[in-house]
Design a protein around this ligand. Structure first.
Ligand code: FE2
Length: 659
C-alpha cells in the first residue's frame, strides 16, 4: 500500500472556511488514486478559517510523480464558499508536492490544480472566463481612469473584500473619528475661529510627534519650504532655470540687499518653482451656502547657503495683474502668512486629488482590476502582484461612496469638492506620464538630484532599486528571453487593459501598450509595486501629521485673497480659515485616512505563500533582507533629524493601497 499524506491549508480570509464535504483525487504520471472524501476526527472543523488539516490517501501502489490534484466541494444543506490557500502532498517516496491555489471554490464542480511550477501556458480558461464576469470595468466619471463595476459593496468578490477585523475597525474609526478627536461638539458649528489659541485648545484629542511640531512651526518659512520636499506632496516642486512668463519676479523683490541675483542662482541650480496651474479656474465649493476660495499659486523658492529651502515670492493667481500682487517675506506678517495659507490650502486640494486619489488609489485599482480580470492565479505576474492589490477595490469603493459622492466628506468640506474635483481629476490625468510614475526618471526630470535634505527622494530611490532587483529576479526566472514576454497573451492583455482603461489610450503618456522585452516588463511591474506601496505611503501616511493642525492645511478658505498689500490682520486671517465645523470634519477624515490598520501588512511581508519554487523563494528572502537593512539605515538617519522622515521606512509601508 502507498500512503500519500495530504495537508490542506484553508485561507484566513473573511468567510474562508467551509462545512461542506471535500473530495480529492491524486493524479500521477503512473496512475491515480480513487476519489476520496477528506474526513478526519475533527470532522466539520477540518476546513474552518485558517485550519491546517492532514489526511491520508492510500493507493495500492505508487502513482509516480504527482502531476495534479482534483478537488471537489459537495454541499451539505445550503453550501458555502471555501477559500483554499494550498494543498501539500507528501509521497511515500518522501517527495513533497505543492499545489498553490489561493482562490475561492464556490461550486460543486471538479477543480484541477497543477503542481507549483505552473507556467503561463498552463492557464485555466475556465478561471479566466469567471474572472471576466467577476471583474468588469466601469466608467465612473468620463475622462478619468475606469474603476471596478460594483453597485454595492457585496458585489465585490469575497476574495477582495476587507477581513472581518479590518471591516469592524474601519467602521469604528469612521463613526467615532470626531469623538476620538474630541471634536463632536464642533462638527456642525458654522462659527469662525476667533483666535489661534482656540484652535490650539481643540487640537488635543489626537496628536502625533509631528503634528505637535507642525503646530509650533507651521508659520515659519523654512518649514513651509521643507514640506515641498518631505511633506505629503513631494511631487510638485521642480528646479527653475527660467522664470515663467506669468510670474514677473525681479531681483529687487527677492534679494533686496543685492546679495544674490536670480540669474546666477538659477544658473547654480538654487532656485525652485511650485506651480499649481491645474487649479486655475477650478470651481471652488460652496460650503453651508458660503462660497469658498481656491487659488492656483506660483511659489519661488531659494536654496540658501545653509541648505534651507526658503520661499521668496508667492503669486496667488496665474495671471499677473495689479490686484494679484506678488507677496514677499518682507511684506507685513499677515500679508505673507495669508499668502502662505492660500498656498497650503491649494496644496491640500492638489495633493488629495492628484498625488493621492488619482496617482495612487485610482491607478492601483486599474492595475488590480486588470490583473484579476486577465491573469490566472498560477501566472507569475499574478503571484508577484496579488499581494499589492489587497483591499484596494474595497477602499476605493468606500471612497467613492463616502468621500467623493454627493454627500461625501470631501464633496461637503473641501474647496475642490464636487464639480471642482472632476475638473481637477481630468486635468491631472493629462499630467500623468510614465516618466512621472517612475521615481528615478521623475527626480531627474524635475532636476532634483542634488537638493539637500530630500528624504522622499533618498529613500524612494533606494526602494525603487530594491523592488526592481526583486522583480527582475522573479520575472527573470520565468521569462528567459524577450520572445517569452511577447508571446504571453495574459501579460499583453494586462498591459492593454491598463493602457485603455487607466490611461484612456493616451499615447502621449508614454505608458506601454504592449510588452516586447523582459526589461520593459520588469520596469513596469516595478512601477506598479512602487506606486501601490511606497508612493501611496509617501502621500498618505502623513495626512494627520501635517493636516491635524488645521492652519497648516486648511481644506477650504472662506475669504478671497487680498487684492492689495497691507489689508490683512490676525482677524482677516481667522475669517479666512475654515469655520469650526469644516475644521473638525477635515481633521476627522485625515485621522481616519492616516491611521495604520490593525491588520496592516508591510511591504515584502506575506509573499512566501505565493512563491513556492526555489529561485523565486530565494528572491523573496533577498527582498525581505534588503528591506530590513534599509529600514535600519533609515532609523539611524532619522535619529539625527529634527523631523524624522518615516513614511518610506519599509516597516511603515503597506503592501497595497488599503486605506
Ligand atoms: Fe490612501
Amino acid at each position: 500500500m502507498a500512503d500519500y499524506e495530504v495537508t490542506v491549508y484553508t485561507g484566513k480570509l473573511r468567510f474562508a472556511g467551509t462545512l461542506d464535504m471535500v473530495f480529492i483525487k491524486l493524479v500521477g504520471n503512473d496512475g491515480e488514486s480513487k476519489r476520496k472524501r477528506l474526513a478526519s476526527l475533527v470532522g466539520d472543523l477540518s476546513f474552518t478559517n485558517g485550519a491546517v488539516s492532514t489526511f491520508t490517501v492510500s493507493c495500492p501502489v505508487s502513482i509516480g510523480k504527482l502531476e495534479l490534484i482534483e478537488l471537489e466541494k459537495k454541499s451539505r444543506l445550503t453550501g458555502d464558499n471555501w477559500f483554499l490557500d494550498k494543498v501539500e502532498v507528501k509521497s511515500p517516496e518522501g517527495d513533497t508536492y505543492n499545489f498553490p491555489i489561493y482562490c475561492w471554490i464556490t461550486d460543486s464542480k471538479v477543480h484541477r490544480f497543477r503542481e507549483g511550477e505552473d507556467t503561463p501556458e498552463k492557464v485555466s480558461l475556465h478561471e479566466l472566463k469567471q474572472r471576466e464576469k467577476d471583474y468588469c470595468w466601469r466608467k465612473h466619471i468620463e475622462g478619468i481612469p475606469h474603476c471596478m463595476e460594483a453597485e454595492k459593496l457585496s458585489d465585490l468578490p469575497l476574495e477582495v473584500q476587507f477581513s472581518i477585523i479590518k471591516n469592524a475597525e474601519f467602521i469604528y474609526t469612521a463613526f467615532t473619528g470626531l469623538a476620538e478627536l474630541k471634536l463632536t461638539g464642533f462638527a456642525n458649528s458654522k462659527e469662525n475661529w476667533t483666535c489661534i489659541d482656540d484652535i490650539k485648545r481643540v487640537f488635543t484629542g489626537k496628536r502625533t510627534d509631528l503634528s505637535d511640531y507642525v503646530q509650533e512651526h507651521w508659520n515659519e518659512d523654512a518649514f513651509f519650504g521643507y514640506q515641498f520636499l518631505n511633506g505629503v506632496n513631494p511631487i510638485l516642486i521642480r528646479r527653475c532655470s527660467a522664470l515663467p512668463d506669468n510670474f514677473p519676479v525681479t531681483d529687487d523683490m527677492v534679494f533686496p540687499s543685492g546679495q544674490f541675483s536670480l540669474a546666477d542662482e538659477m544658473e547654480k541650480g538654487n532656485i525652485f518653482l511650485c506651480d499649481y496651474k491645474p487649479l486655475d479656474g477650478v470651481k471652488a465649493n460652496i460650503i453651508d451656502e458660503k462660497q469658498q476660495y481656491l487659488m492656483a499659486p506660483l511659489i519661488l523658492l531659494h536654496k540658501t547657503p545653509d541648505d534651507k529651502l526658503m520661499p521668496v515670492a508667492i503669486q496667488l493667481k496665474q495671471t499677473p495683474a495689479e490686484d494679484n500682487p506678488i507677496f514677499l517675506p518682507t511684506d507685513s506678517e499677515y500679508d505673507w502668512l495669508t499668502a502662505k495659507i492660500f498656498v497650503r490650502s491649494a496644496d491640500f486640494n492638489e495633493h488629495q486629488v492628484n498625488a493621492h486619489l488619482l496617482r495612487t488609489h485610482l491607478l492601483a485599482e486599474v492595475f488590480a482590476v486588470s490583473l484579476l480580470r486577465n491573469v490566472p492565479r498560477t501566472h507569475p505576474l499574478y503571484k508577484l502582484l496579488v499581494p499589492h492589490t489587497r483591499y484596494t477595490l474595497q477602499i476605493n469603493f468606500l471612497a467613492r461612496a463616502r468621500l467623493i459622492s454627493e454627500t461625501g466628506s470631501f464633496t461637503q468640506f473641501a474647496a475642490s469638492g464636487g464639480e471642482g474635483m472632476v475638473t481637477l481629476l481630468k486635468r491631472s490625468l493629462s499630467s500623468v506620464t510614465y516618466t512621472s510614475l517612475c521615481i528615478p526618471e521623475d527626480i531627474t526630470e524635475r532636476g532634483l538630484e542634488d537638493v539637500p535634505n530630500f528624504y522622499y527622494r533618498d529613500d524612494g530611490l533606494k526602494l525603487w532599486d530594491i523592488i526592481h532587483r526583486f522583480v527582475q529576479g522573479v520575472l527573470g526566472f520565468y521569462y528567459k528571453n524577450n520572445d517569452a514576454v511577447k508571446e504571453d497573451d495574459d501579460l499583453q492583455k494586462w498591459i492593454g487593459d491598463i493602457f485603455e482603461h487607466g490611461f484612456l489610450s493616451q499615447e502621449g503618456t508614454g505608458i506601454p501598450q504592449s510588452f516586447t522585452t523582459v526589461k520593459e516588463l520588469v520596469k513596469f511591474v516595478t512601477m506598479v509595486i512602487f506606486t501601490c506601496s511606497a508612493q501611496h505611503s509617501a502621500v498618505n501616511a502623513g495626512q494627520y501629521d501635517y493636516g491635524g493642525w488645521m492652519p497648516n492645511t486648511p481644506i477650504a478658505l472662506q475669504l478671497p485673497p487680498p487684492k492689495t498689500k497691507g489689508t490683512t490682520s490676525e482677524a482677516t486671517m481667522l475669517q479666512t480659515l475654515p469655520d469650526m465645523g469644516t475644521t473638525a470634519n477635515g481633521m476627522a477624515v485625515m485621522w481616519l485616512l492616516s491611521k495604520p490598520s490593525f491588520d496592516f501588512v508591510a511591504l515584502g511581508k506575506s509573499l512566501e505563500k505565493h512563491h513556492s519554487e526555489e529561485i523565486p523563494s530565494y528572491y523573496v528572502k533577498a527582498f525581505q533582507g534588503e528591506l530590513q537593512t534599509l529600514s535600519a539605515h533609515i532609523k539611524i538617519r532619522n535619529k539625527s533629524l529634527k523631523i524624522p522622515y518615516t513614511y518610506l521606512d519599509p516597516e511603515n509601508i503597506e503592501n497595497s493601497v488599503a486605506i
